[in-house]
Design a protein around this ligand. Structure first.
Ligand SMILES: *Cc1c(COP(=O)(O)O)cnc(C)c1O
Length: 431
């Protein structure tokens, strides 16, 4: 039996895949078996390559196997792989804390480390609830989130989620969340309602949680910077923490390092993951202002008794530092600008193709819809198949076809990827 057959056989016997109807997978799916990846491509056992259109679930922001990241990991592995962050300080966590605070929006100087986007959000929620209680507002225990929001998969984070199918299995379990209807084209209305909700229920709201500028898993839905300023104004007025989940939008995905910069506003709490370690290791951080941090000082009963085994993991921290250094040394944001324009040109052109709906772009993201069926739509999967035959891995969000490639994708690879997107969309629409 070839290695590839053996891998698929063991996979199907033992591996429970994420977001996957397993019966259909077991009976009908021939998974792509990836043996290595380099730059913006995966390779299968036969040596065939596939362009990674969405940087491996939005995290490989510097492509695969960046030599500086690989070297940093190797070096750190020989020195120190793990120690608990309880009563112990180490160089990588300390330097990263300082470098991250420096790179972050103004005022976010305290860094709480965790493992991934979900735990970064979970940390933010627990911080906000305890913060409220400790500033004398114990009735503030609810959150405001947008319809279509995606904030991760731990229980708290998934209950914030406004994507109904992601919550369906959790009927009856609640996190008290006031949901603002957003959806395509409805952001203006949603933020007007957000303001009304905060004004009306300020005594009960522990935090407002937003993916700034762009709702990712909702189907790459951008919205206006002015709306973020609205949210900042109303939360500031009532002293309610504004939590920005930049797990996807951070690290230049939308253009500037942080999407909040489009609006010139700063959150009280910021969640970062994904691009944080450029897809090399799971590691995340939740940043907070001194005002939030200070509410946890004083009597030990006020402490934030929360943490994870791998908090501040030296390997992850070393990598996260190297990612920031590569961003600076290779001028990743500046050099992504013409690439973002190339994405814009392609998606604007595709917007004129009959059958394509709502073509849209923001920074290094381009998206379009094939129909209005949303996350369970099939249209995107037909484009996925067509793109795979042409050498690109273009996993859709239901009926939404999108690209979110590495920010440093070589121009020639980007051109090839965009050509494949165009040909695959046209093929499916004409078939
Ligand atoms: C992916 C994502 C998360 C969850 O991150 P994980 O690392 O998958 O736990 C949270 N928020 C946003 C906006 C995301 O895109």
């Amino acid at each position: 039996m070839t290695d590839e057959r053996r891998i698929v056989e063991l996979d199907k016997r033992h591996v429970w895949h994420p977001y996957t109807p397993m019966q259909k997978y077991l009976e009908h799916t021939e998974p792509l078996v990836v043996v290595r990846a380099a730059g913006s491509r995966f390779y299968d056992a036969s040596g065939r390559s596939y362009l990674d259109a969405n940087s491996s679930w939005w995290c490989a922001v510097l492509g695969h196997g960046h030599p500086r990241l690989v070297e940093a990991l190797r070096e750190q592995a020989e020195r120190l792989c793990h120690v608990p962050l309880a009563g112990i300080a180490h160089e990588q966590a300390a330097l990263l804390g300082a470098e991250l605070a420096q790179a972050a929006p103004r005022g976010l100087e305290h860094v709480f480390y965790s493992d991934d986007g979900s735990t970064a959000v979970e940390t933010a929620l627990k911080l906000a609830v305890q913060y409220s209680a400790q500033i004398g507002r114990p009735k503030r225990r609810r959150f405001v989130a947008l319809d279509g929001a995606f904030h991760g998969e731990t229980l708290g984070a998934s209950l914030l989620s406004g994507i109904e199918v992601f919550r369906r299995g959790l009927g009856g379990v609640t996190l008290d969340c006031l949901r603002v209807p957003a959806g395509p084209g409805a952001h203006d209305r949603a933020f007007a309602m957000l303001t009304e909700l905060v004004e009306g229920y300020e005594a009960e709201i522990a935090g407002v949680v937003l993916e700034p500028m762009l709702q990712g898993a909702a189907g790459m839905r951008p919205y206006d910077a002015e709306l973020l300023r609205t949210a900042r104004a109303v939360t500031s007025r009532h002293g309610i923490p504004l939590i920005f989940d930049e797990v996807f939008t951070g690290y230049g995905r939308t253009g500037p390092m942080w999407a909040s910069a489009h609006a010139g506003v700063e959150p009280d709490i910021l969640c970062v993951a994904k691009g944080f370690t450029a897809g090399m290791l799971p590691m995340a951080a939740t940043l907070a202002t001194h005002e939030v941090f200070a509410a946890f000082l004083g009597d030990p009963s006020r402490a934030f008794l929360h943490g994870h085994t791998f908090c501040g993991n030296p390997l992850g921290a070393r990598l996260a530092r190297e990612v920031l250094a590569v961003y600076r040394d290779e001028q990743v944001l500046e050099r992504a600008r013409p690439k973002a324009q190339a994405i814009r040109r392609t998606f604007e052109a595709l917007g004129a193709v009959p059958g394509v709906q709502g073509a849209r772009c923001l920074g290094m993201v381009g998206a379009l819809d094939l129909d209005a069926s949303g996350y369970l739509g099939e249209g995107g999967w037909r484009v996925y198949e067509a793109a795979l035959r042409r050498g690109a891995y273009l996993r859709p969000l239901g009926s939404t076809v999108y690209v979110a490639p590495a920010l440093n994708i070589p121009d020639a690879d980007l051109e090839e990827l965009l050509a494949i997107v165009g040909e695959s969309v046209r093929e499916v629409l004409s078939g």
